[in-house]
Design a protein around this ligand. Structure first.
Ligand code: FPP
Length: 241
């Protein structure tokens, strides 16, 4: 594999898609797919830490996911609580800080409390931040930012990209360098719409439960072979590099 230790993306965001289809192909329940998906998340997190990635943001539950059958929603919430509980010691061992973005006020009390405890317990960790997008949608986030800017009576001439970014739930988190989406869907699906402005996009047919270390390394190698120009010309980029 063509892989460089340099040019490691600072921030990788992932839309973990395809758990349901993976389970269906095997005649299993959708929750079986989500549980296997949780294992992929473990493996990808470990690999990201090894590579020196600083931020890994995963779309764990979207605002739209609240519309899934009640049974699946509560099973996903239980999986979340269980995973956070099981993984906290491993996060601490690996010096990983847990963060969460989204409309967390909609989470059931037990989930919100468990999540907050893990966030507090890992607050001092500095090797990597694992950011869970929960009850998250970018349109919600952007509208929320606009409402808060108005509430704070910010004057129009003070509103610029930096100020707006500071009103998003990702305040203090750099924009993703790379977005990965699994399962062959080629959409952004209301994820980090503001923050993905200049991100490289990587789509793969692989379903999330099959997306393990090798698949992740393939995505990183693909990223490393791209030229990021941020609207400039190739010549300008080679001068600044
Ligand atoms: C998309 O697959 C996946 C989700 C909506 C949930 C993601 C959850 C996990 C990977 C579980 C582990 C997460 C944590 C944070 C413990 P889908 O159900 O949309 O699949 P489909 O499109 O094939 O139906």
């Amino acid at each position: 594999m063509d892989f460089q230790t340099l040019r490691i993306p600072r921030h990788v965001a992932i839309i973990m898609d395809g758990n349901g289809r993976w389970a269906k192909e095997r005649g299993k329940s959708r929750m079986f797919g989500h549980s296997e998906g949780a294992m992929s998340l473990d493996e990808v997190t470990e690999t990201a830490v090894e590579l020196g990635i600083e931020y890994l943001t995963v779309y764990a539950f979207s605002t739209e996911n609240w519309n899934r059958p009640g049974e699946e929603v509560s099973a996903l919430m239980s999986l979340l609580v269980q995973s956070i509980e099981d993984k906290t010691p491993k996060l601490l061992d690996n010096n990983i800080r847990l963060l969460a973005i989204g409309d967390l006020s909609r989470l059931p009390r037990e989930v919100a409390d468990r999540l907050q405890r893990c966030i507090d317990e890992t607050a001092h960790c500095s090797r990597m931040s694992l950011v869970l997008a929960l009850s998250y949608s970018a349109q919600w986030e952007i509208l929320n930012a606009v409402k808060n800017i108005i509430n704070d009576k910010i004057s129009v001439e003070d509103i610029d990209e930096k100020l707006f970014s500071d009103y998003l739930t990702t305040k203090n988190i750099p924009d993703p360098d790379l977005l990965i989406r699994t399962s062959g869907e080629v959409r952004i699906s209301n994820f980090l719409l503001w923050q993905l402005a200049y991100s490289e996009l990587y789509f793969t047919e692989t379903l999330w439960p099959d997306f393990r270390r090798e698949e992740f390394l393939k995505a990183i190698a693909d990223y490393q072979n791209r030229e990021r120009r941020f609207g400039k010309t190739s010549e300008q980029i080679s001068i600044t590099n």
